[in-house]
Design a protein. Structure first.
Length: 405
């Protein structure tokens, strides 16, 4: 069922689309998906990669964004919202829309760090990419533990790795540590529609786990959002939700309990149809090529080599047939599986050096989460590792990857 048909036919969900209001005044273009060339809003794309990216050599880093998230015009001018640096420093993440090559952050902050729920994005297909504020923050609601402010939009949250961008749709698959007291609401999902530039409340009836940590990934083969919620008593709850039915319980799902760690990272190997999850030094995998396998028990696999931070999200890079992430500084960390009969027998970490612009040695103490992210195709079949490691200018770095690492 197509998305807009689903909205019309699913009782109550259409009413949960929040009326557009208080849209950020710095947004430079109208909310449509028409046109052929890039407009700076992540709407229609031109063919090929932008010149700033095409000019980079293989494994060269650049800082192409012309402003930063704390710059005047990008930063929300609202007062009394707390420390704006919390959008980066407070256990927060970043999504990337593969279709538009647009990175986004929405309702980042949470607990007592930052109370704004504004939305930022940067269209990296643009010839002069810049962060824009797509929507102004709501007025925070008093105090207490709230999943939504008075206007019905989400409170800010330790979004961690809970963003999923799928087929042009932007989701937060649960809430890790909401304003103001840090409570979690794993069952509460939100969608942000980049066409109307507003939030959609997807309700609180999703499969969830406890605790304040979690991550989510998208399986483009099965069109499933996979959520991993960590509980410091029971371990991790893993569930699968069809993109065609975000409102109710998942079409397929399971509870597989793993050892607890507050740094749950995961990625889907789309070649071998395997979900790999990392919790610190614990690595587990599950075949996800059928509903039966999704209900099976996870297998443990060991990893050798020097691992990067356990709070750097990992991504399957098909040309490399390996998982990659930021290794800190000017390096990519590469995790290569040994595959036998469609399963993993071992994993090996290695490092790949990066040239060009110097990157910080590490991200914030609370972790990078998916503020390290991957654009699979920048328009010329090359990939881009996108890294936002600090609340300072520059804040956004891009590494070009030609072919395999």
């Amino acid at each position: 069922m197509k998305r807009r048909d689903f909205l019309l036919k699913s009782g109550g969900l259409l009413g949960a689309i929040i009326p557009a209001a208080a849209i950020g005044q710095v947004r430079p273009c109208p909310p449509d998906l028409t046109g052929g060339s890039s407009s700076g809003c992540g709407q229609g794309q031109s063919e090929g990669a932008p010149a700033w990216f095409a000019s980079l050599r293989n494994l060269e880093a650049a800082a192409p964004v012309t402003n930063w998230l704390g710059a005047s015009g990008a930063k929300d001018p609202g007062s009394g919202l707390g420390n704006h640096a919390g959008i980066i420093t407070a256990w927060t993440g970043m999504g990337i829309d593969q279709r538009s090559r647009t990175a986004f952050m929405m309702h980042n902050g949470g607990h007592s760090d930052y109370f704004g729920n504004e939305v930022y994005s940067v269209d990296l297909s643009d010839e002069s990419p810049a962060w824009i504020r797509r929507r102004d923050a709501s007025t925070p609601t008093g105090s207490g533990d709230v999943s939504a402010f008075a206007d019905g939009r989400p409170s800010s949250d330790h979004t961690g790795g809970l963003y999923v961008a799928a087929e042009g749709r932007w989701f937060t698959c649960g809430m890790n540590s909401r304003n103001y007291n840090g409570g979690s609401d794993k069952a509460r999902w939100w969608e942000y529609d980049p066409v109307i530039d507003d939030y959609i409340d997807l309700g609180s009836n999703h499969v969830s786990g406890g605790g304040q940590f979690g991550t989510a990934v998208y399986d483009k083969n099965a069109r499933h959002a996979i959520t991993i919620h960590v509980d410091n008593v029971s371990g991790a709850n893993v569930s699968f939700t069809s993109l065609d039915n975000m409102e109710g319980p998942p079409d397929v799902g399971n509870y597989n309990w793993l050892g607890f760690n507050n740094s749950a990272m995961a990625a889907v190997d789309t070649t071998n149809k395997i979900l790999l999850m990392r919790m610190g030094n614990d690595y587990r995998f599950l075949k996800i090529d059928s509903d039966t396998n999704r209900q099976a028990s996870y297998s443990t696999v060991s990893a050798s080599g020097s691992a990067p931070s356990a709070r750097n999200q990992i991504y399957w890079h098909e040309p490399s047939q390996a998982f990659i992430t930021w290794g800190g500084g000017n390096s990519i960390a590469k995790l290569t599986p040994t595959v036998s009969d469609g399963s993993y027998t071992s994993l090996t970490w290695s490092r790949v050096s990066v040239n060009g612009t110097s990157l910080p040695s590490s991200g914030p103490p609370a972790g990078m989460w998916d503020k390290v992210n991957l654009i699979e195709n920048m328009g010329n079949a090359d990939s881009a590792l996108v890294i936002v490691p600090r609340y300072a200018n520059p804040d956004t770095y891009v590494i070009r990857i030609i072919g395999s690492t």
